[in-house]
Structure formats: C-alpha cells, structure tokens
Design a protein around this ligand. Structure first.
Ligand code: AMP
Length: 147
C-alpha cells in the first residue's frame, strides 16, 4: 500500500530529525504528501498565568518560537510551507483530529518525547495509537536507542 498522505507529529526535541527522516523516506519523492505538525500545549503555561502580567505576549512568543522551530525542521526535508501546521491544544487529540481532517492514511511520531513524566498518565504515542482512525508508526527514539 502506498501512503498518499502522511502526518508527522514532532515535539521539536532533537529526536524530531529522525522522526521526520522516517516520514520522508516513506513518502519518497512525493514530499507534498507529508504534513509536519507541532501542537503547543496550553497546559505548559497556564499554571503560571496569575504570576505573568502580560500573558498574551508570552503566548505569542511561545507560538512564534514554536513556529520558527517547526519551519526549520520541515524546511530541512523540503516539506512545503502549506503542509507545516502549528496547533494549540491537547497534543494527542489534535494530532488525530488533524490527520482525520486531511484524510491521512498514516501518522508518524516518536515512541517517546520530551514529556517523559507523562508516561505515568499515558503518553502521547499511546493515546494516538488508541484514538487514530488510520495507521500509526512509532519511530523508536529515546535515551536507550543508538544511531
Ligand atoms: P510522548 O508520548 O509525549 O513522550 O511523545 C511521543 C511522540 O509524540 C514524540 O516523539 C512526538 O513525535 C509526538 N509528540 C509529543 N508531543 C507532541 C506535540 N506537542 N506536538 C506534536 N507531536 C508531539
């Protein structure tokens, strides 16, 4: 089976390079088939909201920085700008919703991310495997993997 549309979800950690490379190798020459997404989690900043005078400015800066990093990652493997998407919300649900909206047949993501503490609650990877309506490929990344 040829995957016509692939969504690759990255948390912008250094492992993102490997995850994108796997998605690109599956897509072959057809990089317009690949959508690179990153989801900014509101939870990451909300607990400090009361202590930060200009919260909107902080949110804008986090959004702009995340967008810049997403663009650098996606540009490196020539994913078109129209296929680079920054979302804001709960990562696993947003990844699955976006994949369904663009009718993707495959989601590629890492087996582990920067949010190791969330293993206790159920990781993004596990939630995506449960929720996705399409195939999911988890690329083995993490401290115990060797290049
Ligand atoms: P986790 O399960 O949170 O340790 O992360 C596993 C993988 O899910 C990461 O390697 C990324 O590929 C993806 N991922 C985690 N968080 C995000 C996010 N905020 N936006 C997009 N992808 C994410």
């Amino acid at each position: 089976m040829k995957y016509e549309r692939i969504v690759v979800a990255i948390d912008l950690s250094s492992e993102s390079t490997k995850i994108l490379d796997v998605a690109a190798s599956i897509a072959g020459k057809n990089l317009s088939a690949v959508h690179a997404i990153h989801v900014v989690e509101p939870m990451a900043i909300y607990p400090y909201e009361a202590y930060i005078p200009d919260m909107q400015k902080v949110k804008d800066e986090i959004g702009a920085e995340s967008k810049k990093q997403l663009r650098e990652h996606a540009d490196r493997i020539n994913i078109p700008a129209s296929n680079q998407q920054l979302l804001m919300g709960p990562p696993a649900s947003d990844i699955c919703r976006y994949a369904a909206e663009c009718d993707a047949q495959l989601i590629v993501l890492g087996s582990h991310g920067v949010s190791g503490w969330r293993v206790l609650l159920g990781s993004t990877a596990n939630s995506v495997i449960q929720e996705a309506k399409c195939d999911v490929l988890t690329v083995r990344v993490g401290l115990d993997t060797k290049e």
